[in-house]
Write a protein that binds this ligand. Structure first.
Ligand SMILES: *Cc1c(COP(=O)(O)O)cnc(C)c1O
Length: 427
């Protein structure tokens, strides 16, 4: 034990920070056990899908050029379809990020004159430009696709009364964002998403229900596709890439919808037949294999952070005892200085680029300055220990990731150390 304390001291963590961490961790053994049980279930779900699809060493071979009959790619897509219990999946390094995967799923399945409806309020910031809520070149709005939105109720739940009025003849696709993103609303459980989908489908059975699943994968034992979602969409540099995928996105869902995504991603006529996997397949498979336990590590970090910062009097979403539906922890620090100190602490705990000092900047796709802490092996990967905060009220920081629990813990202790060093908290 004293060897560990010495190590923390060498890392720059003061004893009062370490003691508070220990006190909080001691209270969390039951929560951690639940998280481990979910990981155990999901680990088997992934292995089962790999065995069923006869994943072999040949799946890791390098494929270049057009990529016809790329065994690794085609098999991985079957594995993803089985993990999400869907008819089909598109999982590609050519899908560059989560925003791209979502833009692809939308643009592939909407046509001029159709309407897209968000029943979960304002979508993730980068989606505003995809949809054209903020005018943008190439947006869905430019292609004559209308958008409407039903805001969540005060308590963060679905506004079923207004949804009933908003679903019309023109509504072609309904989108639901599982995770809070840069908001302080609660994230949805898969069960809640299932209720919203059932409600919408009762009003209009042929409407396509899409879920932005970013940050939600493997947090529960079921996914939105288990409760009626026609498409689930996410990024491989978040949960399902397990920290190893160097790029990529996935869309899992109904065969006809995924087929459309294939034609939109490459070209009409070519579809999913082309798109070489360029040597990333081993990382995709191995990352998916690790994803359940990596997600569990990140979840433990989120629960730990909630307990520490709530104890210190900061509003936290989710709070210290709530059940978890994604890996994001929001902490309302109330001042720009708090957000900056927190993020600098996270950066200082990183294995990569720990010596750099993050500064707020005008990131493309966001409507205010954002500070980001990311000392990651994969640039921008937010399944790795990371934090970001838009510099605007309520000055909340969004903390996520941690490929291992000890590293997530170090990050949170270091954030607190930086808060203490800057006189923002007194310990
Ligand atoms: C991260 C995220 C996205 C966008 O993914 P990028 O990979 O950053 O483009 C979309 N929606 C939600 C909820 C996210 O968390």
């Amino acid at each position: 034990m004293s060897a560990i304390s010495d190590m923390y001291r060498d890392m720059g963590i003061r004893p009062s920070v370490l003691n508070l961490g220990k006190q909080m961790e001691d209270r969390l053994s039951l929560r951690f056990k639940e998280i481990d049980e979910t990981a155990e279930y999901n680990q088997m779900k992934v292995v089962y899908a790999m065995q069923k699809n006869r994943v072999s060493e040949a799946c890791f071979h390098y494929a270049s050029g057009y990529g016809y009959d790329d065994l690794g790619r085609d098999t991985l897509e079957k594995v993803y379809a089985d993990v999400f219990h869907t008819e089909s999946a598109l999982v590609r390094p050519q899908i560059t990020c989560g925003t791209h995967a979502l833009a692809l799923a939308l643009s592939a399945n909407l046509r001029p004159g159709d309407e897209l409806l968000s029943v979960a309020g304002k979508p993730y910031d980068t989606l505003e430009e995809v949809i054209g809520i903020r005018p943008s070149k190439g947006s869905l709005a430019e292609y004559g696709i209308a958008y409407s939105q039903v805001d969540l109720l005060e308590d963060g739940s679905f506004d079923f009364e207004t949804i009933e009025k908003a679903v019309t003849e023109k509504t072609k696709l309904v989108t639901i964002q599982r995770s809070k993103g840069y908001q302080t609303r609660p994230s949805f459980s898969v069960a809640q998403i299932g209720e919203a989908i059932a409600f919408v489908k009762k009003l209009k059975p042929d409407v396509i229900c899409m879920v932005d699943n970013c940050y939600g994968e493997f947090v529960e034992t079921i996914e939105p596709s288990d409760v009626g979602a026609d498409m689930v969409v996410g990024s491989l540099i978040k949960n399902p890439g397990g920290g190893l995928a160097p790029i990529g996105g996935y869309i899992a869902g109904r065969e006809d919808l995924i087929e459309n995504c294939g034609y939109r991603l490459t070209s009409p006529g070519l579809g999913r037949e082309v798109g070489a996997s360029l040597g990333v397949m081993q990382a995709f498979y191995q990352g998916l294999f690790l994803a359940p336990t990596v997600t569990a590590s990140a979840l433990k970090g989120a629960v730990f952070a909630a307990n520490i910062y709530e104890h210190l009097g900061y509003p936290v979403v989710p709070n210290s005892t709530e059940s978890r539906h994604d890996i994001i922890q929001a902490v309302e620090l109330g001042t720009p200085e708090g957000v900056i100190a927190f993020c600098r602490g996270i950066q200082a705990a990183a294995p990569v680029d720990s010596y750099v000092t993050p500064e707020p900047w005008a990131m493309p796709g966001y409507d205010s300055d954002v500070i980001m802490a990311a000392g990651a092996f994969v640039q921008g990967s937010s399944i790795e220990l990371s934090a970001d905060g838009p510099i605007k009220p309520p000055y909340a920081v969004y903390f996520q990731g941690g490929l291992t629990w000890p590293h997530a813990k170090l990050g949170i202790l270091m954030s607190l150390e930086y808060m203490a060093r800057n006189g923002i908290v007194t310990l």
